[in-house]
Design a protein around this ligand. Sequence first.
Ligand code: ADP
Length: 484
Amino acid sequence: MQDASKHYINGQWVASIDGREMAVENPSTEQKIATITLGGVADADAAVAAAKAAFPAWAATDPLDRIAALERLMEVYKGQAEDMAQAISFEMGAPIALARTAQVGAGAGHLKNTIRTAKGFAFERPLGDHAPCDMILYEPVGVCALITPWNWPMNQVMLKVVPALAAGCTMVLKPAEQAPLSAVLLAEMIDAAGFPPGVFNLVNGDGAGVGAHLTAHPDVNMVSFTGSTRAGVAISKAAADTVKRVSLELGGKGANIIFADADEKAVTRGVRHCFNNSGQSCNAPTRMLVERSIYDHAIETARAVAEKTEVGPADIEGRQIGPVVSETQFNKIQYLIKRGIDEHATLIAGGLERPDGLNRGHFVRPTIFADVTPEMTIWKEEIFGPVLTMTPFDSEEEAIALANDTPYGLTNYVQTADKSRARRLARGLRSGMVEMNGKFGAPGTPFGGMKQSGTGREGGVWGLEEFLEVKAVTDWGRSWQRFF
Ligand code: ADP
């Protein structure tokens, strides 16, 4: 792989102008695996200048040419899938099997699906049958700052970079400083796929440095951010002075509502889903709400699943869960587990400290608390670790009220055999997504949240439109037809 201490600006790998070194660590071993440069203001400025200069020509390209470039990228990405899996597994601790399948696969899926979406998108279309000479042009927003977290690196990077490229935007990607290696590899792939210089730029850096500078930069037209609600608030404020478009995908505290008529695997599936990727998913079903008649049984099932969940280093082939990404995250999770104990939730599995036999690495014990109530800290705060809470409910109304009792609104889950009830719940839950009976959304499903889970949607046609401006033109004439 390319020397990770360099930035990719204007089609070249360049040394930092004003950055400082940072060691990237393997969360399974706590050993240094690479050195990156946290860029400075001058690095960020150089990348924005390159993106700004490249914008007019790239924006004017035929969408079919942009799609062709993305198809080349798809081929390169497929050819280096194993390298990408290794990079992700190394940098953020996803077990290698998970990295090869879900982590790398998510990136490939978004590429494939965005290509399909762009092919079917009418970038120029009439206002409607009533006004055939009034034209609507979908045009790229401009220079975009794309800021991503470390938990699903290629998922989040691809959800931004690919639709931005398809739309005709130019961009500066600032990946999470904890997990920059996959983004460096992607930049190499974009280079190999032959995009014009300046269209895609990568600057490594931290939030306070490059991140904050990009989000306030007068030449950046849009910020697309995925990460914590804390950072999302800071970014919105920084972007306000120059009226940037801001798209935010933030935290979550998803409820998983399990009725007595749910299928027999519902509890097991819910626990495993919560622990997947060591609980580091914004859409994790972290609050399991269980109808009281099956609550005790559900606790026993959940305990058994937690006790059987293996925890171990990311390079071991298997279905274990890996470490969490950093010491900071480990400490935050430990603090929240301690709060759960101190506030008298019933600890039924896991708890404080590392699992037995693991003395190094940021490993967290798969933990479940029962009898969790809305006053408790572990009900309110996003934990971002393998920690599940369980709470009983007596009625459908109570289940909806409990699920909605959070500032977040990303994904909620419902397990029931009763379709009419499922639909009532789907309508009553305040979240951007509701998943029923273990069925994931199909490719092209809009991903995003209500309330403090964010603004905007990624994926599918919605994810493409995020990067497009709508221009209305009168007296265009009737020679408008141009479908792809
Ligand atoms: P934190 O862990 O500090 O709350 P996140 O996990 O939300 O931050 O970080 C996600 C991404 O956002 C990372 O790339 C990080 O560097 C970046 N980031 C953090 N804070 C800011 C900020 N104030 N402005 C811009 N980017 C930020």
